[in-house]
Design a protein around this ligand. Structure first.
Ligand SMILES: [Fe+2]
Ligand SMILES: [Fe+2]
Length: 269
């Protein structure tokens, strides 16, 4: 079976890429199950309930997230209500939402999805390795097809997670940097790995942000408000082929699909 993993959807340009390209990608690759990281889908920062519903209605089975999921407060109750949106599992007890879920793919197979966040150059959360191990054990009681979105900054921490969960999950796929890496591979015990899936959004930017604003912030140290760029939009991510009996991965393909349509810089959000 094939799983499509869509890298961080950034703002309206990222959402437009989903609207225009997702259906074709699913058809062309024979995808049975789709996961997308949506932590930046609303205006480049956070996610709102209507945007989440809209993405789910377009055929995405599960939305994952990361450190930016808290940016729009209206998502808090929704994280508790809607099981198809995850936030990293290693947040302190009592915060809204959940970090793992069990879902059904188009071919009827159960797929476990786990979202974790790194700690290197990031916030002080619970240990993603220990929490990850525990959560994977819970999911493995139900299925051996498990996909992990490890939302982390440091390549070293991500690679370490790949080896840590090697043979226990079908794939460890990195998000958060918005820069796609070319190190996709199948680790020796059958876990597909890629340090970062990239970004579904505007490439003529600084990780999705309009480049003039990003530069101004760096040159002046004044926290100018970010806005999302609109040029050179791509849908990025990976397609993983998994043996649905063993849960081991057979192949991983990196994808970058350009959107031909233009998004006007005046379109906000
Ligand atoms: Fe992101
Ligand atoms: Fe992030």
């Amino acid at each position: 079976m094939r799983i499509l993993f869509v890298a961080d959807i950034v703002g309206r340009p990222g959402r437009r890429a989903i609207e225009q390209l997702l259906e074709k990608v699913v058809r062309d690759y024979g995808v049975d199950f789709t996961i997308a990281n949506a932590e930046n889908s609303a205006g480049g920062m956070g996610i709102t309930p209507p945007i989440a519903v809209d993405l789910l209605n377009q055929g995405i089975h599960v939305l994952t997230s990361g450190n930016h999921v808290w940016a729009k407060k209206e998502i808090f109750p929704f994280l508790d209500e809607e099981s198809r949106i995850l936030r990293p599992a290693n947040y302190p007890e009592g915060v809204p939402g959940r970090g793992r879920g069990l879902f059904s793919a188009k071919n009827g197979k159960k797929v476990g999805v786990l979202n974790l966040e790194g700690r290197v150059f990031m916030k002080h959360l619970d240990c993603p390795f220990r929490v990850g191990e525990r959560e994977v054990e819970t999911l493995r009681r139900e299925t051996n097809i498990i996909i992990v979105d490890f939302h982390a900054e440091a390549t070293s921490e991500k690679m370490a997670m790949g080896w840590f969960l090697n043979g226990k999950v079908s794939a460890v796929l990195g998000t958060h940097t918005h820069v796609q890496t070319s190190d996709e591979r199948i680790l020796e015990d059958g876990t597909a790995y890629m340090t970062d899936a990239g970004m579904t959004g505007p490439l003529a930017s600084v990780i999705g942000i309009r480049k003039q604003v990003a530069l101004e912030r760096l040159l002046t140290q004044i926290p100018w408000k970010f806005d999302v760029a609109t040029e050179e939009i791509e849908l990025q991510g990976a397609v993983v082929e998994i043996d649905s009996e063993t849960g081991k991965s057979k192949s991983i393909e990196r994808i970058r699909i350009p959107l031909k349509e233009k998004v006007s810089p005046d379109e906000k959000g």
